[in-house]
Design a protein around this ligand. Structure first.
Ligand code: F6R
Length: 263
């Protein structure tokens, strides 16, 4: 894993947007895996700026979102579908037929999940998967104990996740208890992964998934098994890491590292 520590949220957002923009420039019909939540809002804002100022072209880009609450129709204000249109899709030239967000109000979730996996395969697999991390270490909605082989499916949300996400709803009882989420197996098949996290409340879990053991109790630790992961943190989220000096040295001397051994 490459660990990039930035001084604050704004810089974290700029750096992660640059990584996504570089991927789109490298491959114009990139397949992006996208996350929702508070963390990527700044990244999406930066991407919109890159689109407006530098003409970053999304016309051939395809996107697959990680997850959606079960029971929420796409136009629902708390749905992840709504979030994506509000924060990114409405502001760039992505085509409506190229964006996929799991359908929370599907009549047949099981069949829908198979279909979603098939669409990812048909698109040629995900080139770059963007992730946030939950307070309990989840990626997507892969709560503690999720199998590392799991595929897109319905998951019950942990108590902590329901509490964490209650801020978006009027009352905690309104937070759906189930979500459709890509599995850990689905996520690990992406060719590249970018995880972003900010704030002191993510410091413990970031130290656990980066420097702790691989365990299904912190599902983000499964990323240690992937060969191309970039983690962009702000200083607060990185504050419990033990090897900060090493990560910073590698970041500052990347040109030497790449010349000698590649990534
Ligand atoms: C959202 C998702 C979740 C969030 C995580 C962090 O699509 O997959 O794993 O990334 O819950 O959420 P925030 O960014 O709100 O702290």
């Amino acid at each position: 894993m490459e660990i990039i520590i930035e001084p604050d949220y704004e810089k974290m957002s700029k750096t992660s947007a640059r990584i996504i923009a570089a991927e789109i420039r490298r491959k114009h019909d990139s397949v992006l895996g996208l996350a929702t939540g508070d963390t990527p809002i700044g990244t999406y804002k930066e991407l919109v700026k890159v689109h407006e100022i530098e003409g970053l072209d999304f016309s051939k880009v395809r996107t697959f979102n990680l997850d959606e609450y079960v029971g929420l129709a796409p136009p629902h204000k708390n749905s992840y579908n709504y979030f994506m249109w509000d924060n990114l899709f409405n502001h760039v030239n992505v085509s409506l037929s190229s964006v996929y967000v799991p359908q929370g109000n599907t009549d047949d979730p099981e069949q829908f999940c198979h279909w979603y996996e098939e669409q990812i395969q048909k698109a040629g697999g995900i080139d770059l998967q963007v992730l946030g991390i939950g307070g309990d270490g989840h990626i997507g909605f892969n709560e503690p104990g999720s199998s590392f082989a799991s595929r897109t499916r319905v998951k019950a949300l942990e108590e902590q996740t329901v509490k964490d996400n209650a801020r978006f709803f009027e009352k905690e009882e309104d937070v759906p208890r189930f979500a459709i989420t890509m599995g850990i197996g689905t996520i690990l098949e992406a060719r590249k992964i970018l995880l972003i996290a900010n704030g002191e409340k993510k410091a413990d879990v970031c130290a656990q998934f980066i420097e702790g053991p691989v365990t299904s109790q912190i599902t983000a630790s499964s990323l240690q098994l992937h060969s191309y992961v970039t983690v962009v943190l702000d200083e607060a989220a990185a504050s419990k890491l033990k090897r900060t000096e090493y990560y910073n040295w590698v970041r500052d001397n990347k040109h030497l590292v790449e010349k000698r051994v590649g990534r």
